[in-house]
Design a protein around this ligand. Structure first.
Ligand code: DOR
Ligand code: ZN
Length: 347
């Protein structure tokens, strides 16, 4: 098979940043994806529907002329988010979910929730009105090993949460472990996004031939048996697992430094990377559901009306992209991928 035509995909987890960084990256996503769920971890975070509407305007203003890309906005849950904000979000045409970052778990998460009990009335309201909770699923307890933080989060936080609020719709963002896959399968109201790097790589890749800061993201890459569980979930045909790149741009100088930022930039090559992952297990036939159907279905949105075509053709990934005054080193920089998106889709 040399061509694969799919319903236009959507990216259900994306970091677009703001200002010059936004302008540098948004075109990559907008060239291929119909829509993307835009993460709210700006500085300061996107806390209110009004913030989200303004941010959506800045994203739209940064799009290439003629783009029909649609940003789907999220709110950043804090210990002081009022219940009324949930009603405003639900009533808006901008906000499709609320992101829960445990405070301190990752980039710009300081304003996140310290104790989920603080947010209980807000979560109850979300359950009532059917607004999904998008979860960064890691405990921040420094005594918990980095590689165990997702599994421990399920036991300490998520399982009790869904016992208390059994109808809360939940997206387990960037799931990285077999425990997360099992948890999602056990809860019909839950779904998970899966990133290209967690489908393609295990944790050894971070240390192959030396330290690879551009492969450092949170949650961190896990061991091979977890990667296999993720691939199995992604290619299973289950509508509970769908595409979310977690593409997270950071300038080269903030990655190649003594204390580097977490985040892998994959928006430039997202669909070819997922195609590679699916093809590795002979399951290209399941890519369309994962990339283009199941996320829209979960969020109750129409699937995109048009298509994109992947072509089996070597594509050389640039060493870097301009990123304000810095450079952005993309996933697979300088390497050759086996698939590319046909140019006619790059309107
Ligand atoms: O690696 C990550 N980068 N994980 C996150 O959760 C946040 C993201 C970012 O914003 O850079
Ligand atoms: Zn993210």
């Amino acid at each position: 098979m040399d061509h694969l035509t799919l319903t236009r995909p959507d990216d259900w987890h994306l970091h677009l940043r703001d200002g010059a960084a936004l302008a540098a990256v948004v075109g990559h996503t907008a060239a291929v994806f119909g829509r993307a769920v835009v993460m709210p971890n700006l500085k300061p975070p996107v806390r209110t529907t009004a913030d989200a509407v303004e941010y959506r305007e800045r994203i739209r203003a940064a799009l290439p002329a003629g783009s029909r890309f649609e940003p789907l906005m999220t709110l950043y849950l804090t210990g002081t988010t009022p219940v009324a904000e949930i009603d405003r979000a639900k009533a808006s045409d901008a906000v499709i979910g609320v992101k829960y970052y445990p405070a301190g778990a990752t980039t710009n998460s300081d304003a996140g929730v310290r104790d989920l009990n603080e947010a209980r009335p807000v979560l109850e309201r979300m359950q009532e009105v059917g607004l999904p909770l998008l979860v960064h699923g890691e405990v921040t307890d420094p005594s918990v090993d980095t590689f165990d933080r997702e599994a421990v989060f399920i036991d300490r936080v998520l399982a009790p949460l869904l016992r208390a609020l059994p109808r809360l719709r939940l997206v387990f963002e960037h799931a990285t472990t077999r425990e997360a896959v099992a948890f999602v399968k056990d809860h019909a109201q839950a779904a998970a996004t899966l990133t290209p790097q967690h489908l393609l790589l295990n944790r050894s890749a971070m240390f192959q031939g030396g330290l690879r800061p551009h492969l450092y993201c949170l949650p961190v890459l896990k061991r091979e048996s977890h990667r296999e569980a993720l691939i199995e979930a992604a290619t299973s045909g289950s509508p509970q697992f769908f595409l979310g790149t977690d593409s997270a741009p950071h300038g080269r100088t903030t990655k190649e430094t003594a204390c580097g930022c977490a985040g892998v930039y994959s928006a430039h090559a997202a669909l070819p990377l997922y195609a590679e992952a699916f093809e590795s297990v002979g399951r290209l036939d399941r890519l369309e559901g994962f990339a283009s159907h199941f996320g829209a279905d979960f969020y109750g949105l129409a699937r995109n009306p048009d298509t994109v075509t992947l072509v089996r053709e070597p594509w050389h990934v640039p060493e870097g992209y301009a990123f304000g005054a810095d450079t952005l080193v993309p996933f697979r920089a300088g390497e050759t991928l086996g698939w590319r998106v046909a140019p006619e889709a790059r309107a």
